[in-house]
Design a protein. Sequence first.
Length: 395
Amino acid sequence: MTPPSDLWAGGASDRPRPRRPRRPGRTHLGLRPPEPPDGQEPGDDDRWKRWRPAVIAASVASVLALSVGLVFGAGVFDRGGDSDAVVVGGKAGQAGSAGKVYAAAGPAVVSVRVRQGGQQASGTGFLVDADGSVVTNSHVVGEAERVTIRFDDSGQEIPARVRGTDPSSDLAVLDVDRSDVGSRRPLALARSGSVRVGDQVVAIGFPLGLDKTATDGIVSGLERDIQAPNGFQIDRVIQTDAPINPGNSGGPLLDTRGRVVGVNSQIATAGARGSIGIGFAVPADAVRNVLPRLKAGERIERPFIGLTSSADPRGGARVRDVTRGGPADQAGLSAAGDVIVGIDGRPVRDPGDVSSAVSRLKPGDSIRVTVKRGGDRRTVRVRLTQRPERLPGGP
C-alpha cells in the first residue's frame, strides 16, 4: 500500500497505519507545499520529504459529540426560512445545478493564507455566520494566531484572527471584521443525518493555488473515519467523488440547495499526487457542535479510554492496543485477546459502538466494559480521563 501524505505545515515522518485494515493512502488537503527550486521536481529536495505520509490509527473516543449551549449567528442552522443564509431553491429538496450552487455559495468561500517560518501556504474556508466567523481546517492554520483571507484571488487581502482550533475534529474558526464581510451571506449547515449516499454535492475551494474553483460529484459513502492532526480518529466522515486537491482543505462540500454538508479535509491518494475520486469531508454536525465553543474561546475537552480496537469476525471490538497507564490499562483490559462485547449493559457489535458510547460521556465519568477473554466473560469499570493533546505514540 502506498502511504498517504500530510500536507499541513511541518508534516510528520513516515509511519504505517497500525493494526487497522489496509486502506488507500490519504492526503490532508490543507496547505500547499512550497514550489520546488528551478529545475527540480517535487521530491528532489529534502524539504519535500516533510510533506510525505503519516497516518496513525485512532482512538475509540469520538470527536463529534459536544454539548451546544450558545446561540449561533445567522446562517449556521438550516432553519428553512432563514433569509440571511444562502439556500438555493425555494423548497426543501429542490435541486440546483452546480452552477447555481457556485453562484449562490461562492461569494462566502475564501482563500486562507498562512505564513509560518518564512513559508507561505494556503487552504480554503467559508463564512458561516453574520458575525464574520470563517470555518476552515485546523491543519490549515496550524499554530498560527493570525492569517489572511481573500474572497477572491484578485481581491483585497484581509487580516483574520484564529479564534480557536480543535485538532481532534480538524476544525478551526477565524474572526474577520464584519465590515470586511460586507453584504456577503453566510452558508447554512445541513443536518448530517439528512445526507444519503448518491446525493449530488459540489465542492468549492482554491485547489493548487488556483482561483475559486467548483467541482461536483456525489456522496460516495458515509460513516468513514480519518485521522485528525493530533493522531486521533474523526468518525462519521463523508466520502465523496467530487474532485478535491491540496488547497481545497477547509472548503465547503455543499448539497444542491447550497447548504454545507461537510468540510473537505483529506483525499485518498493510492500513490498519486492529486485526486483519484475519493475525498473525505468532516460532517456538518461536527461544525455545529464545535463552532460555538471555539467562538467562546473554550478549550474542547473529550473523554479518553486509552485503547484502540478493530472489528472481531465473531462480533464485538477486539482490543488491539492499550495505552500504558491509561484508563483501560488501569482497569486491566489487555490487547492479548480481549474482545469488548458490551458497555454499560448495551451490546457492542464493532469499534464504532465503543466510540459512540465513550463520546456521550465526559472526562471523569465511569463506564462498565464487558469483555470476552478466552472462554470467559468479565465486566470491569473504566474511569475515563481527559484526552491528551496528541494520541500517545502518534505523530
